[in-house]
Design a protein around this ligand. Structure first.
Ligand code: MG
Ligand code: MG
Length: 278
């Protein structure tokens, strides 16, 4: 198994700096997202926010990716490339973006995603609203599970438990398996891979100093995906809606700290009786 980079408290503080930049981008995107706005305009807002914070984009140029954020609309699961298509009222759009800061000659990364309904929750279909709410809840349940577990397998178990909680007749949200969460630190993607579904295989132990990006991707239908001809855009094979939520989370001496949430995860973890521990 590849080595997992463990961070000192000081290095986690640097990643918090990057995390707050990503939180700032999310705040700006939420404010600017409305019917008629284009994904390229939102990418410019992301880019400006990174620059204003004296940080750098870890998405732009990654494997040749042409933008500072992934914008994934409706049946796009992840890795959507911003273009000049205007958003429409009721679209379910996911924004995934990141940033890094530099200290002592190294990069310190953060990565986070959220989904929303264009025009407000009351504008989306019942299905879009339900999927987005379940995906967000699965993220927080997975993060909360880190506080009381020994191994990373708690993430997949928590995500699945939330989808099961909302099973309705023969419908259940699909957990995409082809894309996963990951370690993060001096690079955006590091070991370990973090599955969003339970497996039998033994997964790494949770240890102080680990920082991981937790990112469930759920669909309203099947879990099969395809990559479009642009070699980036991942869509659901059956055309069903998809949602994606992500935070960068540190395992600290005292518990867990959500580096990409402005409040460190206080509000999101409160329902689970967990207080963030920087
Ligand atoms: Mg991401
Ligand atoms: Mg990620």
């Amino acid at each position: 198994m590849a080595r997992i980079e463990l961070k000192s408290n000081e290095q986690i503080d640097w990643m918090r700096e990057a995390g707050l930049v990503v939180a700032d981008i999310h705040r700006e995107l939420r404010a600017a997202t409305q019917p008629g706005v284009t994904l390229l305009e939102l990418d410019a807002i992301s880019s400006d926010t990174i620059r204003r914070n004296h940080a750098k984009s870890n998405f732009l140029g990654y494997g040749g990716f042409p933008a500072t954020l992934c914008a994934s609309v409706n049946d796009v699961v992840v890795h959507g490339i911003p273009d000049d298509t205007p958003l429409e009222e009721g679209d379910l759009v996911s924004f995934d973006c990141g940033a890094y800061v530099q200290h002592q000659g190294r990069q310190w990364h953060a990565d986070a995603a959220f989904s929303m309904i264009v025009g407000g929750d009351d504008k989306g279909s019942d299905r879009a609203r339900r999927l987005n709410a379940i995906t967000e809840e699965s993220l927080w349940a997975a993060i909360a599970s880190l506080a009381n577990s020994k191994r990373i397998s708690c993430v997949g178990e928590a995500v699945e438990a939330v989808t099961e909680k909302y099973r309705e007749g023969d419908w259940v949200a699909g957990i995409v398996e082809e894309y996963t969460g990951h370690g993060i630190g001096t690079a955006m993607h590091q070991p370990p891979e973090i599955l969003n579904y339970p497996t039998r295989g033994l997964q790494p132990k949770l240890r102080t100093g680990m920082v991981i990006a937790i990112e469930p991707m759920l669909t309203d239908g099947g879990i099969e995906t395809d990559v479009l001809d642009d070699d980036w855009t991942v869509v659901t094979r059956d055309g069903s809606l998809a949602a994606h939520w992500e935070h960068t989370v540190a395992i600290t001496d005292n518990g867990i700290w959500v580096l990409t949430a402005p409040d460190g995860g206080k509000a999101g973890l409160a329902p689970y009786g967990i207080t963030p521990a920087p």
